[in-house]
Design a protein around this ligand. Structure first.
Ligand SMILES: *[C@@H]1O[C@H](CO)[C@@H](O)[C@H](O)[C@H]1NC(C)=O
Ligand SMILES: *[C@@H]1O[C@H](CO)[C@@H](O)[C@H](O)[C@H]1NC(C)=O
Ligand SMILES: *[C@@H]1O[C@H](CO)[C@@H](O)[C@H](O)[C@H]1NC(C)=O
Ligand SMILES: *[C@@H]1O[C@H](CO)[C@@H](O)[C@H](O)[C@H]1NC(C)=O
Ligand SMILES: *[C@@H]1O[C@H](CO)[C@@H](O)[C@H](O)[C@H]1NC(C)=O
Ligand SMILES: *[C@@H]1O[C@H](CO)[C@@H](O)[C@H](O)[C@H]1NC(C)=O
Length: 438
């Protein structure tokens, strides 16, 4: 640098430019939060955008028949995806009808007010918070309420991730908090244009071994089979989801039982699991090249996936015709009905068990039967499991709890075996008790 004399004119220009830049930057920074002095209204068109431009929160209306008028919702969608895809809706069963709505912070809660200033939705917290609170949209799609004075940015007073709608995003959980009893599950839209609660739900049930149940109202349509350390035994492709950068996490401890997934390639957080209004659990990944959602998984997939399609003590096999087969050592309860394809009553033993001296038949690549009345011992292996089953005259079958590293843990079934199927690849070994002469 030689002969440079200070140029005050340029310095002022630079200073002015700097101030403009700073204010712009502050403006950008503030758009991912809603403070207690700010409001969001339908008419202002303002939205809240997550810091990395991944998600956007705002008002939207769905196309409905003119008879019903407009219905406005507060929701979250992907900011940079051209095809509008909603991942969360606050007031799904309580739309605003007058195109007037205000989102604000009131008494340390996030509230949505209608044209009468009546709350149509609220975070409903009753705990007193002394300092001001702030609502914030994070880059993983979580809309959170925080104590603005707290330095711990991961402590939330409330989070939308605890109240899923139809979509599971990376880092979001399906499951149960065992301390509070709070359950997080997916509940489908009524139709592709109507976010109100439809009939289908997808839950992690915990009465037996934890597994996913897909319901239509209260009717069970599909179960995933229990978690076996790698995946759910009835979702055989799960161990291959890493191909789509998906890492499965299953948490089971004193505080919670939950499933979540993570995406390893972080530039690709555009993966979502959605329960559609037709009752299908679908796995999508955004394809940046073709600019569309790629479907890479759907449940249920085949006839054999449907709950109890074959009745008790039988299994479904897509390769046989008919697909329903009695377990070895069993015969159809009603042979005539079975031959006509009415498999509802299932199968019964050809001969009674002796209890002592019975054998076991290995069924490979199975979706394990329903576990609501099983006994589990994680501390023993397959040999002790077999021994324990042999000694218990009520035991009808056993399997490993975990299939990793050659298998560990013991699950024992008593009574009838329900809702089994086999796979060409995937599933796990099940040992079924059979009489000595079968
Ligand atoms: C909001 O958007 C609507 C439709 O795009 C437009 O008619 C209206 O003028 C906008 N309002 C403001 C305050 O920008
Ligand atoms: C808040 O409480 C009201 C009344 O108890 C209830 O109708 C509403 O569903 C609750 N809102 C949320 C988000 O849980
Ligand atoms: C997983 O992928 C491997 C390699 O492509 C394949 O051989 C295997 O059959 C797949 N497993 C399942 C359950 O789809
Ligand atoms: C998912 O990945 C993110 C980023 O790699 C990490 O911070 C987070 O802890 C992971 N979550 C789980 C449940 O593994
Ligand atoms: C067996 O099924 C046939 C055909 O559905 C039915 O007519 C018959 O009554 C059934 N028998 C018994 C014992 O239930
Ligand atoms: C076997 O089942 C019967 C009837 O449910 C029950 O009374 C009995 O205690 C059970 N036996 C064992 C060893 O669990």
């Amino acid at each position: 640098m030689r002969g440079v004399t200070p140029n005050y004119h340029h310095s002022y220009t630079f200073f002015f430019f700097f101030v403009v830049l700073l204010s712009l930057f502050r403006h950008v920074l503030s758009t991912n939060t809603l403070s207690s002095t700010e409001i969001l209204t339908i008419s202002s068109n303002r939205t809240i955008v997550s810091p990395g431009n991944v998600f956007e929160l705002g008002f939207f209306k769905t196309t409905t028949s003119s008879r019903n008028g407009d219905r406005w919702y507060l929701g979250i969608w992907y900011k940079s995806i051209s095809e509008r895809t909603y991942v969360w809706v606050a007031n799904r069963d309580n739309p605003l009808s007058k195109s007037i709505g205000t989102l604000k912070i009131s008494y340390a809660n996030i509230v949505l007010l209608d044209h009468y200033d009546t709350p149509v939705w609220s975070t409903n917290l009753t705990r007193m918070v002394k300092s001001p609170v702030v609502a914030e949209l994070l880059d993983n799609g979580n809309f959170v309420l925080r104590d603005s004075k707290s330095n711990d940015h991961n402590r939330f007073l409330w989070q939308s991730f605890d109240y899923p709608v139809d979509t599971l995003l990376p880092e979001m959980k399906i499951g149960r908090n065992l301390k509070t009893g709070h359950e997080s599950f997916l509940s489908a839209w009524r139709s592709p244009y109507d976010p109100s609660s439809g009939g289908f739900s997808f839950k992690l049930e915990t009465q037996g071994l934890p597994e996913f149940y897909l319901y239509k109202k209260e009717f069970l349509l599909y179960r995933s089979g229990p978690w076996n350390g790698v995946g759910f035994s009835g979702i055989p492709t799960m161990q291959n989801w890493s191909y789509f950068d998906v890492v499965n996490n299953f948490i089971e401890n004193r505080e919670e039982v939950a499933y979540s997934f993570n995406v390893t390639d972080h530039s690709m957080h555009y993966v979502r699991f959605t329960l559609t209004s037709e009752g299908l659990f679908q796995i999508f990944r955004w394809d940046t090249t073709s600019s569309e959602w790629n479907l890479f998984g759907v449940l249920p997939t085949e006839n054999c996936d449907l709950y109890q399609i074959c009745g008790r003590d039988s299994y479904c096999d897509m390769k046989t015709s008919p697909t329903c087969n009695c377990i070895k050592g069993f015969v159809p309860k009603n042979v005539t009905a079975w031959a006509l394809g009415d498999t509802f009553e299932g199968c019964v033993r050809k001969s009674r068990l002796n209890c002592h001296g019975d054998g076991f038949f290995l069924m490979k690549r199975m979706k394990l039967p329903e576990t609501s009345t099983t006994v589990v011992d994680k501390s023993i292996g397959l040999n002790e499991c077999k021994e324990r089953c042999s000694k218990d005259c009520n035991c009808t079958g056993f399997a490993n709890k975990d299939i990793r590293n050659g298998g560990s843990g013991c699950v024992i079934w008593t009574g009838e075996l329900r809702d089994m199927r086999n796979y060409v690849v995937g599933g796990q070994d099940l040992y079924v008790r059979i009489g000595l002469y079968n």
